[in-house]
Ligand binder design. Structure first.
Ligand code: 13P
Length: 241
């Protein structure tokens, strides 16, 4: 499977910083050796598409589950597609834990992505207290069960495992931790489990190669280390070797 390296910029890089990023982003990899994707803020999507110099995919960080309506501040899957996104992050841990997004909403959003023909990148992951209490498998199976039915309606999809305790903390899961969780996610997906499963949580150039060599880890979803073009290029290059 071709490895996937995706950058989730969260609430960083407006249009001007986005153009600067892509003028500096030039990883030394053969075309097609790695699938590279970016999730910029919606307002920077156009600048990203206009200034990128290599073949990459773009996605949005968040969609609403309705196709249109009186939902101030929201963007629908169809609108994201119209603006040039082909992917959508769904159920990112910050959406779940900062904005209170529920398993049910995650399922509805996967359904909305399927309707619009957007490729969902659905995120799952446990809290530190859940891991400590021995509930890793139960939590991951519950999160996955909430979106398998709509996922079956999508032609293409990805899943990302992002342990909440490893996001933005500098604390990374070991390659063995990542493999164990990815195997649980794959098994919970059942016959839908042939998709790429990405690891996210404090991925950096120094740990990316080891994580991507771990069994069942098909790529990485990078937050902080995707904001600097040269640093992120090193992660893309690590995926190509
Ligand atoms: P960090 O790489 O900053 O830990 O963020 C991970 C993440 O949430 C990517 O979606």
């Amino acid at each position: 499977m071709t490895r996937v390296v995706a950058g989730n910029w969260k609430m960083h890089h407006g249009p001007r910083a986005t153009r600067q990023f892509f003028s500096d982003f030039n990883p030394d990899v053969r075309p097609g050796a790695v699938r590279v994707a970016f999730f910029p803020p919606d307002v920077s999507l156009r600048a990203a598409r206009e200034s990128v110099r290599i073949l990459v995919e773009f996605g949005v960080q968040h969609i609403h589950w309705e196709d249109s309506g009186a939902f101030t501040g929201e963007t629908s899957a169809g609108m994201a597609k119209d603006a040039g996104a082909s992917l959508a992050l769904i159920g990112h841990s910050e959406r779940r834990h900062v904005f209170g997004e529920t398993d049910r909403e995650v399922g509805l959003k996967v359904e909305a992505a399927a309707r619009a023909g957007l490729v969902p990148v659905v995120c799952v992951g446990e809290l530190l207290e859940e891991r400590k209490a021995g509930r890793l498998e139960r939590v991951l199976r519950r999160q996955v069960a909430a979106f398998t039915a709509p996922l079956g309606q999508c032609d293409r999809y990805l899943v990302a495992y992002e342990p909440v305790w490893a996001i933005g903390t500098g604390e990374t899961a070991t390659p063995a931790d990542a493999s164990e969780a990815h195997a649980i996610v794959r098994s919970a997906l059942g016959e839908l489990g042939g998709c790429p499963i990405l690891y996210g949580g404090s991925v950096k150039p120094a740990n990316a190669a080891a994580l991507m060599s771990a069994p069942d880890v098909d790529g990485v979803l990078v937050g902080g280390a995707s904001l600097d073009a040269r640093v992120f290029a090193r992660i893309v290059e690590a995926a190509a070797t």
